[in-house]
Design a protein around this ligand. Structure first.
Ligand code: ZN
Length: 135
């Protein structure tokens, strides 16, 4: 383990996340699901029991101005867009981890600047230590 990580584990984590974040150059909103469907044709195999449904169709759903918008993608389109869909998921993961790492840094910083945070000490007698930015 590098020395930096021993001293500043959360800083190292945040830097690694920030580096990964910088590599993301495209994200697509919404979600992609594969759907099998029934059609409107009477007597079609999709109406049989058990049914042979049509598809799979690649359904891309996202919200635009509060409305759900659905588009169907071809296999080829999905293959081309997949990386940006994956990026969107990874971006949410990175943000969530960055929040955790940042909160830990804040806690660490506050613990370092206020070692006796118990309220039994009168405020007037507490040593004033300038608050530091989270490291
Ligand atoms: Zn059908």
């Amino acid at each position: 383990m590098p020395d930096m990580e021993t001293h500043m584990p959360w800083e190292a984590t945040r830097r690694a996340l920030a580096t990964e974040l910088a590599g993301i150059d495209g994200v697509l909103p919404g979600s992609v699901v594969l759907r099998h469907m029934r059609c409107g044709k009477p007597g079609c195999a999709c109406k049989h029991d058990p049914p042979t449904l049509h598809g799979p169709y690649i359904q891309w759903t996202r919200t635009v101005d509060g409305k759900t918008v659905t588009r169907y993608l071809t296999q080829d389109q999905l293959a081309r867009y997949q990386e940006w869909f994956d990026n969107a998921r990874r971006l949410r993961e990175i943000v969530a981890m960055l929040e955790i790492a940042s909160l830990h840094a804040v806690e660490q910083s506050e613990a370092a600047t206020a070692p006796t945070a118990d309220h039994s000490t009168p405020v007037a007698s507490r040593r004033r230590t300038p608050r530091q930015r989270p490291t």
